[in-house]
Design a protein around this ligand. Structure first.
Ligand code: F6P
Length: 549
């Protein structure tokens, strides 16, 4: 079976009419009338729990969403991905990040070639290199062991390692890791300032090895090493990760320090490849292997579990429900884990670069909305910043709460329990809200007179019925992190198939890059801005004039 547009349109129409007339509108009442609501709208995979019972759904919603997934052939496309078919059809590429974490299969074919031997060979080389850096046997040019790693990359060549090394900091027993991404010279200058070139290794991470930010920062780092230690020392202080091995060779990095990956690994899906090298150096090959195993466990679940029991499919269906049927334009990801502070930024790229599209797989305009805006910050910090709008603002923004049963700091008496209490409190408050009568009664109970209570109470009303999803695992360890990230990857995949778009290209980043190249000589004052729009001309004139001031 393949995606059947007529059946998809019918399924979407059924969902829209169900949303208007049939889906629950009063969540308090839904919980009161159905004591089994939590167990009916939650799923587990081992210790990983997904709870969507606080969303405006009922059995009929789930049945209609399943119908849509059948009409959209989510299962067929999923099978095509796992089989290495070129489902990224605008670039004619397979999409096989799942192969990077599969230590169990013997064969996964791309264009008739088994990709697994090469995957395992690179992992082994990464392990040997990481091991040498961690035990001090791989040294810098002056004979000192490497104490600091600087990863230079951007987008998918940065966000994954940044997010995961912070998330797994309790496992960090290797050299310190630092990350430089921005073309803003402030980023590399501030990063290198406290470091000693003699004990620093720079990893240049770029799938294409052409990204201007990364190449420019790599040259800056190269000069920093060469000026301190001499040109001959550079080789001992650089490594590279890329799919473009000839370009790396031209940069001058020795082949035994180059770790490859393949065009069937999308940048935002590449943390599992050699792009994960800084993570492996930080936490060690064994913890990195557990990270891959966690992701693989989710892959197997996503591939094999029926729709009704499938966490990733369910998360995708609810994501679609919120975006395309309820018309919520964004969702917030709020990890109640300080160490997941960069997860929202990571998921922003994963989701928005994948599903921020306006044409279907065959290039026609889409008929409805596609990917939402994804944003977030850790709780409890967010509570003291933007939660006001989540509770009382005029837009409904579904929230995804992420937490762990246990923390890594049990000695810090009840701080983790306080964190969890806040997490549950926020989702309960969003769901239940507070009525005008309740608000007024509270004020009167506190001794306020009737007239004043009438005046103040409307400000203290919470509409409630604001959906949230809660995801809880036992402990944020390498396995759990791998599983969580893979859950989100597959959720994005499911949503893309429901939207009818290609999640694996990113042509939308091109135009800005082209114009930036054109504008560089203009901003440098070497070329006229004539012929450009009046705003750009005005801004260029302002920059050039103020530079002289
Ligand atoms: O911003 C576009 C993009 O191509 C991302 O998809 C990618 O992760 C990032 O740039 C970095 O690309 P590269 O790894 O090729 O330097």
């Amino acid at each position: 079976m393949s995606r059947n547009e007529i059946e998809v349109a019918k399924a979407v129409a059924a969902l829209k009419s169900h949303w208007l007339d049939g889906a629950p509108k009063d969540m308090r009442a839904a919980f009161v009338s159905d004591p089994a609501r939590f167990s009916r709208f939650s799923l587990s995979l081992d210790d990983l729990l997904l709870d969507w019972s606080k969303c405006l759904v009922n059995d009929e919603t789930m049945r209609l969403l399943k119908n849509l997934s059948l009409a959209a052939d989510v299962e067929g496309r999923r099978a095509a991905m796992f089989a290495g078919k070129p489902i990224n059809n605008s670039e004619n590429r397979a999409v096989l990040h799942v192969a990077l974490r599969d230590s169990t299969s013997k064969e996964i074919l791309v264009d008739g070639e088994n990709v697994l031997p090469a995957v395992r060979e690179v992992l082994d080389r990464m392990a040997a290199f990481s091991g040498g850096l961690r035990d001090g046997s791989i040294k810098g040019a002056t004979g000192k062991p490497i104490a600091d790693i600087v990863n230079i990359g951007i987008g998918g060549s940065d966000l994954g390692p940044v997010m995961a090394t912070l998330a797994l900091s309790p496992y960090h027993d290797g050299p310190r890791t630092h990350f430089v991404s921005n073309i803003d010279g402030a980023h590399i200058a501030d990063t290198l300032k406290p470091l000693d070139p003699a004990t620093t290794l720079v990893i240049v991470a770029s799938k294409t090895f052409t990204t201007i930010e990364t190449m420019t920062n790599a040259q800056t780092a190269r000069r920093w090493v060469a000026e301190a230690l001499g040109e001959a020392a550079v080789g001992a202080h650089f490594a590279a990760v890329s799919t473009a091995l000839e370009k790396v060779a031209a940069f001058g990095i020795a082949p035994d320090r180059v770790f490859g990956f393949w065009d069937w690994v999308g940048g935002r899906y590449s943390i599992w490849s050699a792009i994960g090298l800084p993570l492996m150096i930080a936490v060690g090959p064994e913890n990195f292997r557990r990270f891959l195993e966690g992701a693989h466990a989710m892959d197997v679940h996503f591939r094999d579990a029926p729709v009704e029991q499938n966490l990733a499919v369910t998360l995708g269906l609810i994501g679609y429900w919120h975006r395309a049927i309820c018309d919520y334009g964004s969702h917030a990801v709020i990890p109640y884990e300080q160490r997941l502070a960069r997860l929202p930024a990571y998921l922003q790229q994963l989701d928005m670069e994948s599903n921020g599209k306006s044409v279907t797989l065959d290039g026609k305009p889409v008929s409805g909305p596609t990917g939402p805006v994804v944003w977030g910050e850790p709780g409890t910090n967010g509570q003291h910043a933007f939660f006001q709008l989540l509770h009382q603002g005029t837009d409904v923004i579904p929230v995804e709460f992420i937490a762990a049963v246990k923390g890594h700091e049990p000695h810090l008496v009840n701080q983790h329990e306080m964190l969890l209490a806040n997490c549950l409190a926020q989702s309960e408050a969003l769901m239940k809200g507070r009525t005008l009568a309740e608000a007024k009664a509270q004020l009167i109970a506190k001794g306020m007179d009737e007239t004043e209570a009438d005046r103040i109470a409307p400000h203290r009303v919470f509409s409630g019925n604001r959906p949230s999803i809660t995801i809880i695992d036992d402990l944020l360890d390498p396995y759990a992190l791998g599983r969580l990230v893979a859950l989100y990857e597959h959720r994005v995949f499911v949503e893309a198939q429901l939207f009818g778009i290609n999640a694996f290209d990113q042509w939308g980043v091109e135009l800005g890059k082209e114009l930036a190249t054109e504008l560089l000589p203009v901003v440098e004052g070497e070329k006229s801005a004539e012929g450009r729009d009046a705003s750009t001309q005005g801004l260029v004139a302002h920059l050039l004039e103020r530079r002289q001031a």
